[in-house]
Ligand binder design. Structure first.
Ligand code: NAD
Length: 393
């Protein structure tokens, strides 16, 4: 792509079942246009997030009924979920695509993007630095999910969250346990506290203790010897550790009405924190919301995408929780990707500065290559190489 081609932004309609978000919302698109970009959106793309085609037209976007044509003209392709494999053939060589690319499961797509000469940026791989915060879609979406998970639990629990003193007697507050105090967990703690629950939390990273306490929750110190990770992330713990952790947690789980689990280790299967036996120790009517349902589940009984009841205990395995708050999820996502676009260059002047750790960190394919070591690790090197070989053939 010649540098002057960094002008047209194309926004895809999401195709994944249940995905209600859209990558760009009208007021954020208007700012992109004001800064000199042209923006085209696929017809109906914002519908499920409450943004009509007319709302986009009003702020100066073109609305296209033709996905192929949109892909063919876009210098930057925006979506929430990864583009479809069949989209790649329509993309321009040298175009940039920004999405949650999901490198661990999208090997064939990534190989196709590389072969096509598309520069693919994966929002999951954005470094978690303060400079990258305004572009950090993983955080913005996790925060929404943490909030919503508590509302989902409150909605199912047959109890009040706050303590209530009524003429008919006093109702004690609900008790909520949050496992994993990253972005989603901290927002879950804050939300449960705002609703008046008594909240406890646990994380393998002792560094979060102060944050948990500052939100008014109690941090459970299980006195376990945790393996420390890098870059603020947790590391995968040994099975021996997880056994001890489960033993230590069981009595707290049993004492709580709601357990929100958010524990996750990047690129790995979610740690198993709740066994069937631990769940069986909970009171009837208790609720578990397993926010790690998509990555294997923190609870042994979770069924991804389903809410089940096991002996009177609810286990909510809802996936893609941010999509249930599509309006604000899209708004925050739109701001994240727009900030990233501005980092890539200005209209007509794509810079793609690989000295910049943010760009280097999230760029998966560029100029015909898979350039991200991290993505290669996540994809599994061999699978990726095989896919490229097949594409080239
Ligand atoms: P995540 O979704 O990868 O994991 C969620 C939480 O699960 C983490 O806090 C992790 O420690 C915890 N966990 C893992 N294994 C566990 C186990 N066995 N038991 C209990 N808890 C377990 O995390 P995240 O929300 O994406 O955040 C990861 C880190 O990145 C945090 O330190 C966060 O503060 C940091 N962060 C920094 C920035 C920034 O500076 N720009 C932005 C976002 C997040």
């Amino acid at each position: 792509m010649s540098e002057s081609h960094f002008v047209k932004v194309g926004v895809l309609a999401e195709t994944l079942r249940g995905e209600r978000r859209v990558a760009l919302v009208p007021d954020v698109a208007a700012k992109l246009i004001a800064s000199g970009f042209e923006v085209v959106i696929e017809a109906g793309a914002g519908e499920l997030a409450s943004f009509t085609d007319d709302a986009y037209r009003k702020v100066g976007l073109m609305v296209s009924l033709d996905r192929h044509a949109l892909l063919g003209m876009a210098d930057v392709v925006l979506s929430v979920q990864p583009p479809l494999l069949e989209d790649v053939a329509q993309m321009r060589a040298g175009a940039v695509t920004i999405s949650f690319l999901q490198p661990s499961t999208q090997g064939a797509l990534i190989a196709a993007l590389a072969t096509r000469g598309v520069t693919a940026l994966s929002l999951e791989l954005l470094p978690r630095t303060s400079r990258a915060q305004s572009m950090d879609a993983l955080s913005s979406q996790s925060s929404l999910a943490g909030y919503k998970a508590v509302l989902m639990a409150a909605n199912r629990l047959g109890k009040f969250f706050p303590m209530l003193m009524t003429a008919a007697g006093t109702i004690p507050p609900a008790r909520v346990l949050v496992l994993g105090a990253g972005v989603a967990g901290l927002q879950a703690i804050a939300t449960a506290r705002r609703l008046g629950a008594v909240v406890e939390a646990y994380d393998v990273r002792p560094a979060v203790q102060e944050e948990v306490q500052s939100l008014g929750a109690k941090f459970l110190a299980l006195t376990l010897d945790t393996r420390q990770g890098e870059g603020g992330y947790a590391r995968e713990q040994s099975e021996e550790f997880l056994n001890k952790q489960r033993e230590g947690l069981a009595e707290y789980v049993a004492a709580n009405d709601v357990v929100i689990t958010t524990a996750s280790v990047p690129g790995r299967q979610a740690p198993r924190l709740l066994t069937a036996a631990i769940v069986a120790g909970m009171r009837r009517g208790s609720v578990i919301v397993d926010m790690a349902a998509e990555s294997g589940g923190n609870c042994e009984l979770t069924r991804p995408g389903q809410v089940i009841e096991v002996d009177g205990i609810w286990i909510d395995g809802t996936t893609n929780i941010p999509s249930t708050m599509a309006l604000h999820a899209s708004q925050l996502y739109a701001r994240n990707v727009t900030n990233l676009i501005h980092l890539l260059g200005s209209p007509g002047d794509l810079k793609l500065n690989f000295e910049d750790e943010v760009i280097r960190g999230c760029c998966v394919t560029h100029a015909g290559q898979i350039v991200s070591e991290r993505a290669r690790q996540l994809m599994g090197m061999i699978a990726a190489q095989e896919a490229i070989r097949q594409e080239v053939r």
